[in-house]
Write a protein that binds this ligand. Sequence first.
Ligand code: F6R
Length: 607
Amino acid sequence: MCGIFGCILQTGEAASTIHGGLKKLEYRGYDSVGIATIYDGQLFIKKDSGKIDDVHALHNLDALPGRLGIGHTRWATHGAPYKENAHPHTDCNNQIAVVHNGIIENFAELKTELEELGHTFRSKTDTEVIAHLIEEKMKADLPFVDAVRETVKRLEGSYAIAVISAKEPDKIVCARKESPLVLGVAEDSLYVASDIPAFLPMTNKSVVVQDGELVILSDAGYEIRNILDWKRVTREPELIEWAPEMAEKQGYPYFMLKEIHEQPLSLRNTLRLQDKYLELMTTFLDRAGEVFLVACGTSYHACLAASYLFSKLSFLATHPVIASEFVEQHGKSVNIDSTLLVVSQSGETADTLDAVESARLRAATVLGLTNIVGSTLTRIARVYICQQSGPEIGVAATKTFTSQLSVLSQLALRLAKKRGKVSHVEIEDLEEKLEQIPDIVERAIQSQEEKVKQLAKKYRGKQAFFFLGRGISSAVALEGRLKLMEISYIPSIAYPAGESKHGPISLIEPGFPVVFVCPKDGTHRTIISNIMEMKARGASIIVVVEKDDEEIKKLADDYIEIDTGLPEVLSPIPFVTPLQLFAYYMALERGCDPDMPRNLAKSVTVK
Ligand code: F6R
């Protein structure tokens, strides 16, 4: 996730306005920053790695001439956060500059094609192909706008782009597919940005650009066209009534809620990861003598779910380990045949890095899954995958958790394929189902949010909760419990449901709330018995179930229903989403700030 911004002013210099716009978008990424302007038919660019303030202190981003320009604040996906990978990217002759938010899936093929035509690439990004493709089209005498149109037709993946050309210095051309793009319209200026807060200080009139549209900004105004049929689209600006702090969260009151709602998008992004890294990691896992899944907190819950996935799909036994215990528990037995699959959203968690360090000293192989390119984990892992969830600001992990689950499911499926243990038909079916998950999550949020809100009202006064599941759902139960506990401060317990009778059931008295996570899987019959034993002691039963699971619904005091039709191994992602919402609304009910829970930090860099 990156932030893009562009503007055409009738008077004044664009660079300082772009700089101000990018500051408002910094929450979308801050690995590097860059601005390009046009003045007197010439392109001017300043860019570097680092946060906006640091790059500005070094290069004075405001000192670029011209009243038209584009800018970018980066969240690294393809290519490390170095200066050469910072946007804007240019063509061979420095005539065209592009800023981009999204992922171009077919960039490798396009790059090879362009290199064969003699283009020279300066960065490792997917974005740079856009500048060269436009250059190629303009070489064939296409006007700038047509060259951009023909270029975006060749792009697969997601993009919001803004492009300027020294050859036609009076316009900015933008296009959108899946990544957000909005226009800001004022009397004497036009803006384009990833998000409204970037131009809100200048204008509250905004036009949302839709998927498949291209926009031409010039002194004459904005012209929206459908990319495919080139029909003109008329869309009047709407008035934005958000206060600036609301706008930063796209109208959501808290980042956590925004991030829960972003999950369909972040999950779609995980389905676009580059094949070669997934394949490489699968090969390492296949060859490993033993595999440890190492992480803390929420990321550990993803590892726990992954241990079921690897076992059930790929017939690979793994050891999920809480990172802070790794050295004590396994430090001496790790050796050259051991592989650690290390999961850390931040890539900076001290306990996790400590485990990695000790394993590296004993020549183990370290594989990393993280959300932050350039983090310590990406520097020390033999191979890493960036899950591309975009920045997560809320302290409680939500979208990064479901993205971790998605990547780990993909790895387990690939390994299953490689090992030939599961039939092709079954693999294809699972792959198809994995693709459906973003839509399933979207529907689950839409249909259940109001219900969950009401449940939070009903149960707000409870002193404690149980969260129970069986099989892979016990990992979901643990995560649901952690979310509730960390942001609404309600002591809660979670464990595999079969354990109740070995101790915890003694806590149950009438009205004690017990949340069961019950996908319709092989554990269905036994989880019903577990519900019955709680019910018999007067517990209030809340279940998360498949929509058509009348049998369990009848047993429950309250239910949250999800229409997934997914096999058990893929159920954790949709089943955890209502539990994230439950924790969020419970925090609000109890007057707690869900974004900043007490005593916690987003990245835990102390041991
Ligand atoms: C809980 C949460 C934490 C983190 C844990 C590990 O909502 O966010 O439990 O999961 O601190 O952090 P990373 O994944 O950055 O290593």
